[in-house]
Design a protein around this ligand. Structure first.
Ligand code: FES
Length: 519
């Protein structure tokens, strides 16, 4: 089996029974904020795109690159489709010209021609990616690979059941706007960033330890930021609170916890798995140590090359003819009317400050969740406040974007302030700005609320519900007790056991009681 690195989360898997191209991403995503690093635009995409199977893990734009899929990927390829609750991924791929689909069933092995086996595990909670994220398991001739991608399964049991995995590809770096965009004192931001950076690594070690593969490939990030406005987000400024460590930092940190089986793939690197998967031989287009030593220079050169692309994108965002308040009212109010769980979860008004083109004026609009309306801001307390350029919202309206996480928020082209804890419902709502998605999310929360989590486990003196109140991670694997505070390492949420209170997010009480002493 041969694995070719094609940048970010993308790779091509070649076997004698066929080839699979995963998540090819080349063009900038999220308002021209994210680019793949190292640059993969020079690869021979005509050849790489001539494949038997295509796997697009989910609809995030650093995995689903419509222009690239349309231009370079063979339409004869059969799409290996995760089992998602909505048909959006299939619909969008059909629009690009793909006609052959294998609709997989989550957690079921599918045998393809020539003895190639695949299994896709689909995660489908409203907080998983753009409602849906997935991992791909592949087996050929006794060699097994798990492309976990940036998916966060509660555990890897299902993959372990299928036999020893030889190669494990997974995310280790950040892919979010927290904490950089928050209006916080610099030292607080650094402290939160540092915590987040550590948590990302801890979670990665946990997954690696769960699977115990022979070879570990750090993939799916970090992206790079080439617009001058976002340049500070690249991890080249010696900021210990930067959440975007690169693959060479991964190798250093991994070595500190005893890991010596990490393999970095640059675009164009090739790993051959032989000896039934036990041996990996990798060749790189350029020595990786030297490459990452010169990261800043590579980024600067890339910035010069990509500047015209960024400028062209920026020129397309302004639509002065759009009445933003009127349009948001028209689109969002019907959804507020239908929303029960998300609206209740947000629980207060959310304010958007839109800065005019020249930066002189600010229009403040409130999405009032309890009042179920979109209206001008009046002097009032709000739960969240976002500040961004007016043209970005105009563009979202213009293209009728139904997922503001997969566009505005991931762009990091905004700042934010909030009162109290992180509120997942705010972001869940703004990724559900369509009837189909909103209904799905509401239904999911409805079932979730009603499900009784009866199983308990022991933590020292405590009896605690087994499944994490956040997204059901198995706390017997992910839970760590420190005093009376239980931390679930999957997303780092903390729970105060005596009160049951979640210390990280709104709601999400945990069931816990002191175990009665024997005798
Ligand atoms: S499942 Fe997210 S913190 Fe536990």
């Amino acid at each position: 089996m041969r694995i070719t690195g094609t940048g970010h989360a993308s790779m091509r898997i070649d076997t004698a029974a066929g080839s699979i191209l995963c998540d090819p991403w080349v063009n900038p995503a999220y308002f021209a904020s994210w680019f793949p690093f190292p640059d993969n635009s020079q690869l021979d995409w005509e050849t790489l795109g001539d494949v038997d199977y295509l796997y697009v893990s989910h609809l995030h734009r650093d995995h689903f690159d419509a222009a690239h899929l349309k231009r370079f990927i063979s339409k004869k390829a059969t799409v290996l489709l995760p089992e998602y609750p909505t048909s959006q991924l299939e619909d969008e791929l059909r629009e690009l010209g793909f006609t052959s689909f294998l609709r997989t069933r989550s957690d079921e092995v599918h045998e393809l021609d020539g003895g190639l086996k695949v299994m896709i595990q689909a995660l489908i909670s409203p907080t998983d990616g753009p409602i849906g994220d997935s991992s791909l398991w592949v087996e050929y001739d006794g060699v097994r690979v798990l492309n976990q991608n940036d998916a966060r399964p509660a555990d890897l049991t299902r993959f372990n059941e299928l036999g020893h995995v030889h190669a494990h590809m997974l995310q280790f770096s950040g892919a979010i706007w927290y904490p950089m965009v928050y209006e916080l004192p610099e030292n607080a931001k650094t402290a939160f960033g540092k915590q987040k950076r550590e948590r990302q690594f801890d979670r990665t070690w946990r997954y690696i330890d769960d699977l115990k593969a022979d070879h570990v490939f750090p993939i799916a990030g970090p992206p790079c930021f080439l617009d001058d406005e976002l340049w500070q987000f690249n991890d080249i400024h010696g900021d210990e609170g930067n959440i975007f460590p690169n693959q060479s930092v991964f190798l250093t940190e991994y070595a500190k916890v005893g890991g010596n089986n990490g393999i970095v793939l640059l675009p164009g690197s090739v790993t051959e798995l032989s000896d039934q998967g036990a041996t990996a031989t990798t060749t790189h287009p350029t020595p990786i140590d030297e490459f990452f030593k010169n990261k800043k220079q590579h980024l600067e050169e890339m910035r010069d090359r990509k500047r015209p692309i960024i400028e062209a994108e920026k020129a397309s965002w302004r639509h002065p003819e759009i009445d933003v308040l009127k349009e948001l009212k028209k689109r969002i109010e019907p959804l507020l009317e239908e929303s029960i769980y998300l609206a209740k979860g947000v629980g207060g008004p959310v304010r958007f400050d839109l800065v005019s083109y020249d930066g002189d004026e600010v229009e403040s609009i409130v999405v009032d969740f309890p009042g179920k309306q979109v209206r001008p801001y009046v002097d009032e307390k709000v739960r969240y406040r976002f500040r961004t350029q007016r043209e970005l919202i105009e563009h979202l309206i213009f293209i009728d974007e139904g997922d503001w996480v997969n566009s505005l928020f991931l762009s990091c082209r905004f700042s934010a302030a909030r009162i109290g804890q992180y509120n997942e419902f705010v972001y869940a709502f703004f990724k559900c700005l369509s009837e189909e998605r909103l209904q799905y999310a509401e239904g999911w929360y409805d079932e979730h609320e009603k499900s009784v989590d009866a199983e308990d486990i022991q933590f020292g003196d405590w009896t605690v519900q087994r499944r994490c109140p956040h997204l059901k991670a198995d706390l017997s694997r992910f839970g760590i007790l420190d005093g009376n505070v239980l931390t679930c390492q999957l997303h780092g949420w903390k729970f105060d056991l005596p009160s049951g209170r979640c210390l990280t997010g709104v709601g999400h009480k945990i069931r816990a009681s002191k175990t009665a002493e024997n005798g």
